[in-house]
Design a protein around this ligand. Structure first.
Ligand code: SAH
Length: 520
């Protein structure tokens, strides 16, 4: 039997196509199922209107194909996309066809499915939040409301081009009070508003256009059936936008919530240190800002693993294991696993985590820390261990290469024997992320935030201090506290915002106070 291949291995893997609705723009509006499909995609074919950030869910090696180039509105191009989907699936690939909004609402998803069925390809359709629904919600316009209307219609604004007869029943659409939502309706706005008037809709009916709905770029223009086309022309309002017609539009005055957030429309560059993850960006986004992340530090492996591995081999000899960052925790447990060990190797060793975040990371590996100081800093660790008398005790402290020396130094002074192997190194990233660079060059950035001295120093290190000063001309500088501000001053940067206390929440509040006065 040796060498025999099981049928499973010889069988050609069959592909599948997931038609996934990406939602209208806000990346949080994709469905859980949509994310699941992206996570296992081998090929992603995406549209102009699908938020590119969603591609980050796909595995790193997945192929990304932008269908906007071959897409557009032409039948021939659509045929090419259909063929591409069929070919990739036939080659055995898991394909995600990522489409703006919902795949079956003006998205040609129906045509793509027909082509897949004809080609004998398996498919699944994952619905999405369609632009009409998403944009209305973020503009504060309920599409139906018991006091105003009981129906809503989604209509294409492009219908009838090249056709003599309209397939839209304008009479029925215009009579009564039903809300009408036009997609692709800007170029034909005047004609379509005219049709509604001619068929009996009241000239006073309010109309709203929502452009780039659900995104930080959202713009809303409100008028009436008679004047909205002029207003759109005057404002130079461009696609993509939905046109919402109906009495419900009047509720926006009372219900708008998204574009009234304190930082709405502000572009804020968030320089990020190693362990901060995206926390501050999330806080800013929730207040309406467009947060652009700019990592100023990259984590890389130590020059060699020997010192850390050697310590792990003799873990039972240590009394305490001290962690001051989540990175150290993750690296430590990964090395332990590499050496064939698991959490039991720590049975005789007490564990200290510098604060609740680090403690959470430790807990994720099955260990409940014995000690978390009340002051979440190296000084706090030293103070708590001092109370426990560590004289003569062996302490293991896996750390970053540039970590402050305070823990090993102070504990040694107390008579402890401290080993502090390097678990990871921090280096400067090679360059700024393209989105950050683009925003700085365009001079569209309103504010840059610095949450530690190293974020300032590293950014200057990456750009050079002359270029840094030049690029930040006219940009409001927000610093978390006096130490960071001093570093800014040393580099020639004027600090505009500094909160009374050095926490992210207070920094956010100070930024809001600064920009709150001049809402766009
Ligand atoms: N399948 C998509 C619609 C594609 S047709 C969906 O379900 O949403 C393209 C039209 O959708 C655009 O012309 C515009 O009218 C609308 N649209 C898409 N994204 C939008 C957005 N973020 N804000 C406003 N309108 C949007």
């Amino acid at each position: 039997m040796v060498g025999e291949v099981t049928p499973m291995e010889t069988e050609q893997k069959t592909g599948i196509v997931y038609l996934v609705g990406a939602g209208p723009g806000d990346p949080g509006l994709i469905t859980v199922r949509g994310v699941e499909c992206l996570c296992r995609a081998e090929v992603v074919v995406y549209d102009y209107l699908a938020n590119e950030q969603l591609l980050n869910y796909a595995p790193g090696e997945a192929e990304h194909i932008y269908a906007g180039k071959i897409g557009g509105r032409h039948n021939q191009d659509q045929a090419e996309i259909n063929q591409l989907l069929v070919d990739k699936a036939r080659a055995g690939k898991i394909v995600v066809r990522l489409k703006g909004g919902d795949p079956f609402v003006f998205g040609r998803g129906g045509e793509e499915c027909e082509a897949l069925r004809e080609g004998g390809i398996a498919f699944e359709v994952v619905p999405g939040v369609t632009a009409g629904v998403g944009a209305a919600a973020y503009a504060g316009i309920p599409l139906t409301h018991r006091d105003y209307t009981a129906s809503v219609a989604f209509v294409t604004g492009q219908e009838g081009k090249g056709k003599d007869e309209s397939a839209i029943d304008w009479e029925r659409l215009s009579l009564g009070s039903g809300t009408v939502v036009f997609y692709m309706g800007i170029t034909t706005l005047r004609r379509n508003m005219q049709r509604l008037l001619e068929h009996g809709r009241s000239p006073q009916t309010p109309v709203a256009l929502v452009r780039w709905g659900t995104t930080p770029e959202q713009q809303v223009l409100v008028g009436s059936l008679t004047d909205i086309a002029d207003r759109v022309e005057q404002a130079g309002f461009k696609p993509p936008a939905v046109v919402i017609v109906g009495e419900v539009v009047a509720l926006r005055d009372k219900l708008r919530w998204f574009d009234t957030r304190p930082l709405f429309g502000r572009e804020i560059l968030v320089t990020r240190a190693a362990d901060q993850a995206g926390e501050f960006s999330c806080m800013l986004s929730e207040r309406g800002a467009r947060a652009i992340e700019c990592p100023t530090i990259k984590l890389v492996e130590p020059e060699g693993w020997e010192p850390l591995d050697a310590a792990i081999h003799v873990l039972s000899g240590y009394h305490w294991l001290v962690f001051t960052s989540g990175n150290a925790v993750r690296t430590f447990f990964r090395r332990m696993e590499n050496l064939g060990l698991d959490a039991r190797a720590l049975a005789s060793c007490k564990v200290c985590a510098v604060g609740p975040k680090t403690a959470e990371t430790v807990a994720a590996f099955g260990i409940r820390p014995d000690l978390i100081p009340s002051d979440y800093k190296a000084e706090g660790v030293v103070a708590e261990l001092a109370k426990l008398d560590v004289s003569g005790k062996k302490i293991l402290f896996p750390r970053a290469d540039r970590a402050r020396e305070i823990i090993p130094r102070e504990l040694q002074c107390m008579g402890a024997q401290v080993d502090s192997p390097v678990a990871y190194r921090t280096v400067l990233p090679d360059r700024l992320p393209p989105e950050a660079l683009f925003a700085l060059e365009k001079r569209s950035v309103d504010c840059i935030t610095f949450t530690s001295s190293s974020t300032v120093q590293n950014l200057a290190g990456m750009l050079g201090s002359d270029l840094l000063l030049d690029m930040l001309k006219g940009v409001t500088v927000a610093s978390i506290g006096p130490v960071t501000s001093r570093t800014c001053h040393e580099l020639g940067l004027k600090v505009d915002i500094e909160p009374p206390r050095s926490t992210l929440a207070e920094l956010l509040a100070a930024i809001e106070r600064h920009f709150g006065r001049e809402l766009p």
